[in-house]
Design a protein around this ligand. Sequence first.
Ligand code: UT7
Length: 324
Amino acid sequence: MGIAILGTGAYLPERVVTNQDLEKIVDTTDEWIRTRTGISTRHIGGQGDETYLLAARAAANALQMAEVSAGEIDLIIVATISSHMLMPSCACFVQKELGANRAFAFDINAACSGFVYALDLADKYIQADPSKKILVIGAEALSSRTNWEDRNTCILFGDGAGAVILGYVEGSRGIMGSKLFSDGKLWSLLHMHTAPSCNPELLQSGNPGVHIVMEGREVFKYAVKAMEEAILALLEQEQVVLDAIKLIIPHQANIRILNNLVERLGISAEKVFINVQKYGNTSAASIPIALDEANRDSRVEAGDIVLLCSFGGGFTWGATLIRW
Ligand code: UT7
C-alpha cells in the first residue's frame, strides 16, 4: 500500500513586482538582489488575495487534477504564518470557500517547513485510516508581514499557495518517509511578532510590529548545514542512495543556499528544482508551488523518487521522500 499524491495545484497572485520596482522604494539594486539571492521577480497579492483565497484557488487546481470533489475531502491542513485572521484558522476559511463540508480543518505553523510537517501529519492520519482523503496546502501572503522599509528582508519574499491531495493507493507509489527537526533555542535569528493588541505598553516606538525579522547571514549558515543533514539522515533511514533520487525539491529561499547544497552533496545541479527567480521566498508555499510546477512540466514521472527538503523559522527543518 502507499499514501500517494493524487493531484497538485498552485496559485500565484497576478501582480508581478520586479527588482526594478523595489529599487524605487528601498536602497537596493537589481544586480545586488540577483547576485545575492537569485530572485528577479515575486508575485504580490492585492484586494481579494487574502491567504485563504490563494489557498482555495491552489486547492481547486489540485482537486481537479486528482479528480476528487471537495465533498470527498476528510481533512484540510493549511501550513501558514500569514493567515488573514488568527482565529478561525485559514483551513476553516478554505473549507467554507470550497464547500468541503465533510472535512475537519486546522492550520499548522512550522514556518518555511510547514508543508513538509503537514505532509507528514497527513501521511500518519491516512496510515491510521486508509479511507481518508486529505488536502494539504502551503499558503502565504507574506507581503502583509514584510517591513517594506527593511532592504535586508523586503526583497526576499513573495505571496502564493500550493496544494496536494493525498490518498491511499495500491502498489508501491507514495510517501516513503520523513525526518523532521526543530531547535527553538535559535528562534531569535528568524521571527515574527503577533499583532499588537490594545495593551498600552505596545504603543511605543520600538514596538517591532507584525513583520519578519531575520539575521540573514546566520540563517544562511544554518540552512545549508541543516538541509544537508536532514537529507542524509532520511536517506539512511530509508536505505536509499543519493543516486536513486530523480529530483530534489527544496524550499526556495536563496539560489546560493541551493548551489551550496548541490556542492556539499556532490550532485549535479539538474537534480535540484529551482524557481526562486520567479517567486522569491514564499515560505510554507514554496515547496508545494515548486512540486506542482515540476509535476506539470513532467520533471517527475511515475516511479521516480522525489525528495523534498526545507528550512525555516523556529528553527524548523526536515526532508520527505516520495515514490511518485
Ligand atoms: O526562508 C527561511 C530561511 N531564510 C533563509 O534561508 C535566508 C537566508 N539568508 C540569505 O538568504 C542571505 O543572508 C540574504 C539574502 C538575506 C543576505 O545576503 P548576504 O550575502 O548574507 O548579505 P548580508 O546580510 O551579509 O549583507 C551584505 C551587505 C551589507 O552591507 P555591508 O554591511 O557589507 O556594508 C548589507 O547592508 O549587503 C547589504 N545589503 C543590501 N545591499 C543592497 C543587505 N540587503 C541589501 C539590499 N540591497 N537589498
